[in-house]
Write a protein that binds this ligand. Structure first.
Ligand code: 13P
Length: 233
């Protein structure tokens, strides 16, 4: 199982150093990937955890104020990077075309993209959820070789479930995972959206799930530990 932790825009340097100490105490055979803010990347110091980022520039380098390139991430030993998170699509108006460019930049630097896809509440009400994620996947992975596509980890994150405490039913999740796996049978697929130490008992019944992308829970090491223990049992 892959457990990816998306800290989002949280934790000052001091808070991160303390948090990291707590995280370091969690022992697990799962692959844990920590995606801190860009600034906290340089303070990363854990052996049992792999390093990820939350975003990357779609450009290689140059006059792009405020951006961070894939090469710079690579030079900090970043091995994974979230792309196309719904919060970036919404607040930074990130497009499928930019997301595609970001994935290409990451693969050039041997960084594994974690591509987020998912539908809004309105889209699900109109039964458009499968069309939406198929479109997002196709556009984000356009012009990639099969080998490049397979390296990409997909995270299904229904937008209506992120940070809301509401999770889809197991059947709803299964259907979406099957849709993704029909298109991309060899890719790892994660679930993200209000996953926690309580609902993990239900979620782990879904055999299609290869791991989780955790937001809120990533900031609570004690509860994260319980989540990981329950996953195992
Ligand atoms: P929550 O786990 O807080 O719902 O966030 C999920 C998420 O957006 C991870 O990328």
């Amino acid at each position: 199982m892959i457990i990816a932790l998306n800290n989002k825009c949280n934790l000052t340097k001091q808070e991160f150093l303390k948090y990291q100490e707590e995280l370091g105490k969690i022992s697990t055979k799962n692959k844990v990937i920590l995606c801190p803010t860009f600034l906290n990347i340089s303070h990363f110091d854990l052996n049992n955890v792999e390093l990820g980022a939350q975003n990357v520039s779609s450009n290689e380098q140059g006059a792009y104020t405020g951006e961070v390139s894939a090469q710079q991430l690579q030079s900090e030993q970043v091995k994974y990077c979230i792309v196309g998170h719904s919060e970036r699509r919404k607040y930074q108006q990130e497009t499928d075309e930019e997301i595609n460019q970001k994935i290409i930049r990451l693969l050039e630097c041997n960084i594994v993209p974690i591509l987020c896809v998912g539908e809004t509440k309105e889209e699900r009400e109109k039964q458009l959820e499968k069309n939406i994620i198929e479109k997002e996947l196709k556009k984000a992975l356009e012009n990639l070789t099969d080998e490049q596509k397979e390296k990409t980890i997909i995270a299904y994150e229904p937008i209506w479930s992120i940070g809301t405490g509401i999770i889809p039913t197991n059947n709803q999740i299964k259907e979406m995972f099957q849709t993704i796996k029909q298109l991309l049978p060899n890719n790892k697929v994660l679930y993200g959206g209000s996953a926690n130490e309580e609902n993990v008992v239900l979620l782990k019944e879904i055999e299609e799930i290869d791991g989780y992308l955790l937001g809120g829970l990533s900031l609570k090491p004690e509860k994260l530990k319980v989540f990981i223990e329950k996953l195992k049992n």
